[in-house]
Design a protein around this ligand. Structure first.
Ligand code: PLP
Length: 381
């Protein structure tokens, strides 16, 4: 996947001129920088970027230019990437399970913030990381809903275990902090309310005044017309509840959005390979490509269909079964997809909001997945 040096006006101009056979992800740096500014201006604390959602170099460079000074990293690759592209930024190593060799890389690179959710992994950190000036953030989970899927299924200590971990962090001379992740694409701000109050309960239970509370990622992107992300309202809720829950011991706040920053800065154009016997639509991209997330977190209804000449298809919307290009029968978009009834072979189906968990989970299964990245001034058609 190469980043072209040309900057196009918008996706339509590119599609008309290039008529691409392979899927194209359009990246609007201006949209990414404005998402970054929205977080920096609105969030009542430090904004960091969860690199795993889209580790593209142009993404990191634009976020750094927009003022993002901290990065949530999970692997030596991501740590080296950020040290190279944003050398002065803080690295928050928030993958709670690490091998000893991974910990050694973090120490070497000067990482000063780590998260944990278990005794065994905390003892590894205490043994291998110098305590002086280093933060250990205890990650906990609650059985709350509101997100697209349950993040607590893999990581996060229960509140009881978190109390013990927090005490041990403080005793061992590290800076004690708490974190949680409410789950990705979390459209219900009430999740943060429950988590922040529970975090205050954990700190009080351990008798520990925490330095920082990292309220995770999970901030939604705009996937459905009818569900518009209420970011500023969520920021205000986080601010208010942090004061109510912690009072005079209110910690500094951190957030680490992935999707919320990069999701809406990219749009995907797929091409209709066939409308088989006037029924099923076959696209040149699917769940092994940039649409990998759709079966996990649901469809995107912010789509449009254009002819090869760039005209919008305006036929009445009708439900279609939509398959990706591979010969695997699970390569199908979930449910029925509403598409104009005059859709035809050679048209482009454009999906908004494909910046997160798309380039990075794209595979070359069955020889497909040759994804082009094109830079545009605007994603508007
Ligand atoms: C993946 C991840 C994030 C980002 O999640 P989004 O839902 O993309 O905002 C933040 N923090 C941690 C620890 C993660 O694993």
């Amino acid at each position: 996947m190469g980043l072209s040096k040309t900057i196009w006006t918008n996706p339509s101009e590119y599609l008309r001129s290039v008529q691409p056979e392979n899927p194209v992800l359009f990246f609007a740096p201006a949209a990414l920088q404005s998402a970054a500014r929205r977080f920096i201006d609105g969030f009542p604390g430090m904004v960091t970027y969860a690199v795993k959602s889209n580790p593209g170099e142009a993404v990191v460079e634009n976020l750094a230019a927009a003022g993002i000074r901290g990065y949530d990293v999970a692997s030596p690759f991501e740590m080296h990437l950020i040290r190279r592209l944003a050398p002065d930024a803080a690295l928050h190593y928030n993958n709670p399970v690490r091998s000893r060799s991974e910990i050694a890389v973090a120490v070497e690179l000067g990482v000063k913030s780590y998260s944990v959710d278990s005794r065994s992994e905390l003892e590894k950190l205490i043994a291998d990381v110098p305590a002086e000036g280093t933060e250990i953030t205890v990650r906990f989970k609650l059985p709350v809903s509101g997100a697209a899927y349950n993040f607590g299924a893999k990581f996060g200590a229960t509140a009881d275990v978190a109390v013990g971990l927090l005490k041990r962090v403080a005793e061992a001379g590290f800076i004690p902090s708490i974190t949680f992740h409410p789950g990705t694409q979390c459209t219900d701000p009430a999740a943060w309310d429950s988590y922040i109050r529970a975090a205050a309960g954990i700190a009080a239970g351990g008798g520990v005044i925490i330095a920082r509370l990292n309220v995770g990622g999970g901030f939604p992107s705009h996937r459905l017309h009818g569900v518009v992300p209420q970011l500023e309202a969520t920021f205000a809720l986080i601010d208010r509840v942090a004061t109510e829950a912690f009072g005079d011991d209110r910690p500094l706040l951190v957030c680490e959005p992935g999707r919320g920053l990069c999701g809406d800065a990219f749009t995907l154009a797929t091409r209709v390979k066939a409308v088989r016997d006037d029924a099923h639509v076959f696209l040149n991209d699917g769940i092994y490509g940039a649409l990998a997330e759709l079966p996990l977190i649901g469809v995107i209804d912010r789509t449009r269909v254009v002819t090869p000449g760039g005209e919008a298809r305006r036929g009445a919307a009708m439900p279609r079964i939509v398959f990706g290009p591979t010969c695997d029968s699970v390569d199908r978009l979930p449910g029925d997809v509403m598409l104009p009834n005059d859709i035809a072979e050679g048209d482009y189906v454009i999906f908004e909001g494909l910046g997160a968990y798309s380039t990075v989970t794209n595979t070359r299964f069955n020889g497909f997945g040759e994804l082009t990245l094109a830079t545009v001034l605007s994603l508007r058609p």
